[in-house]
Design a protein around this ligand. Structure first.
Ligand code: SAM
Length: 329
């Protein structure tokens, strides 16, 4: 299928125009309207109670688009652009979508870690809009049974719509992922981990990594514990974490917990230029849950990533990572 950038732009225009029409008439946010419009496109029907003039205009927009002619990646990218537009309006930093280049790169790491398996299961407990998981699914030939958990209602609606439009069967749960979740243990957990305080102290107290000083616990710590808990023995966690994760009072607990339950596969620092505020810069942290045959690498993969747009430098680093995998995994 020869999907082009033009298809993506056309689809973005459709998302943008139709969401704007629905937003203006129903007085809802752009993101809510985008989720509604995506659902219309998937169902092939206008599901909202709109006046007949708007309905006709919408119908015309949808009629010009044949999704079967567009690749999943182009659908994901067009939706991503529209979501980014909506997120500019009003979004908390912790709800931001995982950037495209990081999604693709995390997908490459998952592929490397799972190179010997033709099929595996994967969970994202901070699913957001699903940009990360759908990027992984769109760029592999393997059969992946995917699960996602997300607490935010609007993001979950966008996630459903995105999965449907890209014809992915993903089991999605709208709930607090730090409370019990009904997902069997998986081979891989991926997450762009929420950073900050987790306010439900009762739930947090069930965790070994809850705050020991009486205050609220750190969401990014609880997510590491939760993710490891939901891995099979020998399974991998590929997490985007804040660079300051290993600073502060509670770090010793985190280090002990990791040592007890996992081996460190690698820490890859993302380029600082990706982050407006360098204090919010992030890394990709890879752990393997302990298990009978888990030996750990001879040496952890420690990398400072160049800017993703520097093609030559990226080629060099990918070569280094590829040979590290050959020797260590
Ligand atoms: N990877 C996602 C994507 O591509 O859209 C973005 C992840 S975003 C950085 C973190 C997500 O975690 C947000 O969507 C936020 O709503 C969600 N989140 C935060 N705390 C949560 C919790 N306790 N349970 C479930 N989801 C949570």
């Amino acid at each position: 299928m020869a999907a082009t950038i033009l298809d993506m732009e056309k689809l973005f225009q459709l998302f943008d125009n139709s969401a704007t029409m629905i937003m203006n008439e129903l007085h809802i946010s752009y993101l809510e309207a985008l989720a509604e419009s995506s659902e219309n496109l998937f169902e092939g029907a206008i599901l909202q109670d709109l006046d007949s003039f708007t309905k006709r205009r919408l119908q015309k927009e949808y009629e010009g688009m044949d999704l079967t002619q567009i690749s999943n990646e182009m659908i994901r990218k067009a939706l991503q652009l529209a979501i980014l537009k909506g997120m500019k309006e009003a979004i908390q930093p912790n709800h931001e979508m995982t950037p495209d280049a990081v999604c693709i790169f995390m997908g490459y790491l998952v592929e490397k870690l799972m190179q010997k398996k033709e099929q595996f299961s994967l969970l994202d407990p901070a699913y957001g809009t699903g940009n990360l998981v759908t990027a992984i699914l769109n760029n592999t030939n393997k059969a992946i049974k995917a699960y996602g958990v997300e607490v935010d209602e609007i993001l979950m609606k966008l996630a459903f719509a995105g999965a449907n439009l890209q014809s992915h069967e993903i089991e999605l749960f709208r709930q607090d992922a730090l409370q019990p979740i009904f997902v069997e243990n998986v081979d891989v957990v991926v997450a762009d981990v929420p950073v900050g305080f987790y306010l439900n102290d009762v739930v947090a107290n069930e965790y070994e990594l809850s705050a020991k000083n009486g205050g609220h616990s750190l969401s990014h710590y609880l997510y590491i514990e939760k993710s490891l808990k939901h891995l099979k023995d020998g399974g991998f966690l590929v997490a985007m974490i804040p660079n300051f994760m290993f600073e502060g009072e509670e770090t010793a607990n985190l280090n002990d917990f990791i040592k007890k339950n996992a081996v460190i596969i690698g820490l890859l620092q993302l380029p600082l230029s990706m982050f407006k505020n360098h204090k919010h810069a992030k890394s990709i942290f890879i752990l393997q849950k302990k298990g009978e045959d888990v030996r750990g690498p001879k040496q952890a993969l420690l990398v400072e990533m160049p800017s993703f747009s520097k093609k030559e430098a990226m080629r060099g680093i990918i070569k280094t990572i590829d040979s590290w995998f050959k020797e260590n995994i």
